[in-house]
Ligand binder design. Structure first.
Ligand SMILES: NC(=O)c1ccc[n+]([C@@H]2O[C@H](COP(=O)([O-])OP(=O)(O)OC[C@H]3O[C@@H](n4cnc5c(N)ncnc54)[C@H](O)[C@@H]3O)[C@@H](O)[C@H]2O)c1
Length: 279
C-alpha cells in the first residue's frame, strides 16, 4: 500500500486530493496548522475507504523543523513515503507591494516559496535514500509569468516555485536519485483561498472577477480528482499536470453564454460542490 503526504490539507485542494488518494486506497498523512481542523478532516477522510489509513500531523510549512518532523512521523508510521505534495499556500491581500506590511510579505514568501523549498529538501533527503518516490509542487498565478496588481509577491513566489521545481527535477536526474519531481497546475478554484488572503482577511472580489471565476473556476473536488488521477498515472520526471489548459479556457469562454454556474450565490458556505457548479 502506497503512502502520500500532503501539506495544507485540512481543507481546499489539499483535502480534496487526500480524499481521492483515499478512494484509491492510499495511506494518507494530512497536515496543516491547526489540530482541530485536521481531526475534522481525518474523520471525513476515514469514510472514503476501509483500506489503508488516514493520519494527521500538525505542520507549519514555513518551519523547516516542522516539515522534517512531518516526514519522520510519516516514515515511522508507514515505513516510507511514496508521494509528497507541497500544497500549503496563502493568498496575498489585494494591495500593491508598498501597501503590504513586512509581516504580510514575509508570510507569503515563507509559506508559498520557502515552504515548498523546505518540503522538497525534506522529501528528497528521504526518498533518495530509497531511490524512489515522487514530489509535486503546486503552481499558481504568476507561474506562467502573468502579472496583476495585488498579486506581486504571491506571483513572484509561484513564478519561483516553477523555476525551483524545474531545477530540482534536473538535479534529481543528474544525481540519479530515482525520484521524480513535477508541477501541479490547478487553474482557478473557488476555495477559502480565493475569498480570503493570508489567514483571515476577506478579499472583496469585483463583479467582473466573479464573472471570470464563474467561467474558468472549478471546485477543488473536480480539480483534486483530475490531479490525483494523473499523479497516479505519471512516471515521468519534470511533468506538468495542468487542469486549466488554454484549450479548456477557450472552450469555457466560447460556451460562457450557456454557463449557469454561480459559485458566489451563497458565499458563506464555500466550497460550493453542488452538481450545478461541477458542470
Ligand atoms: N484557489 C485557487 O484558485 C488556486 C489557484 C492556483 C493555485 N492555488 C494553490 O493551490 C494550493 C491550495 O490552495 P487552496 O485553494 O486549496 O487554498 P485553501 O486556503 O483552501 O487551503 C490552503 C491550506 O493551506 C494551509 N496553510 C496555510 N499556511 C500554512 C502553513 N504555514 N503551514 C501549513 N499549512 C498552511 C491552510 O490552513 C489551508 O488549509 C495553494 O498552494 C495555492 O497557492 C490555488
Amino acid at each position: 500500500m502506497k503512502t502520500v503526504v500532503i501539506t495544507g490539507s485540512a481543507r481546499g485542494l489539499g483535502f480534496n486530493m487526500a480524499k481521492f488518494f483515499r478512494v484509491y486506497n492510499f495511506n494518507v498523512v494530512i497536515s496543516d496548522l491547526k489540530e482541530e481542523n485536521l481531526i475534522k478532516a481525518k474523520e471525513e477522510l476515514s469514510k472514503e475507504s476501509s483500506e489503508g489509513m488516514v493520519d494527521y500531523h500538525v505542520c507549519d510549512v514555513s518551519k523547516y523543523s516542522d516539515q522534517k518532523t512531518l516526514m519522520e512521523y510519516a516514515t515511522q508510521k508507514f515505513e516510507k513515503v511514496d508521494i509528497w505534495i507541497n500544497n500549503a499556500g496563502v493568498n496575498q491581500p489585494q494591495k500593491a507591494i508598498w501597501e503590504l506590511d513586512e509581516n504580510e510579505i514575509n508570510t507569503i514568501i515563507d509559506v508559498d516559496l520557502k515552504g515548498t523549498i523546505y518540503g522538497c529538501k525534506v522529501a528528497m533527503e528521504e526518498m533518495s535514500k530509497n531511490h524512489e518516490g515522487a514530489i509535486y509542487n503546486v503552481e499558481g498565478y504568476g507561474s506562467n509569468d502573468a502579472h496583476m496588481l495585488g498579486l506581486n509577491v504571491y506571483g513572484t513566489s509561484k513564478r519561483a516555485v516553477t523555476y525551483f521545481t524545474e531545477s530540482l527535477a534536473q538535479e534529481a536526474e543528474q544525481r540519479n536519485t530515482g525520484v521524480i519531481v513535477g508541477k501541479l497546475s490547478p487553474g482557478i478554484m473557488i476555495t477559502d483561498f480565493t475569498t480570503h488572503s493570508l489567514v483571515n482577511d476577506d478579499i472583496n472580489l469585483s463583479e467582473k472577477t466573479k464573472k471570470v471565476y464563474n467561467i474558468l473556476g472549478d471546485t477543488p473536488e473536480t480539480v483534486g480528482k483530475f490531479l490525483v488521477d494523473n499523479i497516479i498515472k505519471n512516471t515521468k520526471n519534470n511533468a506538468k499536470i495542468n487542469w486549466l489548459t488554454n484549450r479548456k479556457a477557450f472552450f469555457r469562454f466560447l460556451t460562457a453564454g450557456f454557463n449557469k454556474r454561480d459559485f458566489f450565490a451563497n458565499e458563506k458556505s464555500l466550497p460550493l460542490d453542488t452538481e450545478e457548479n461541477k458542470k
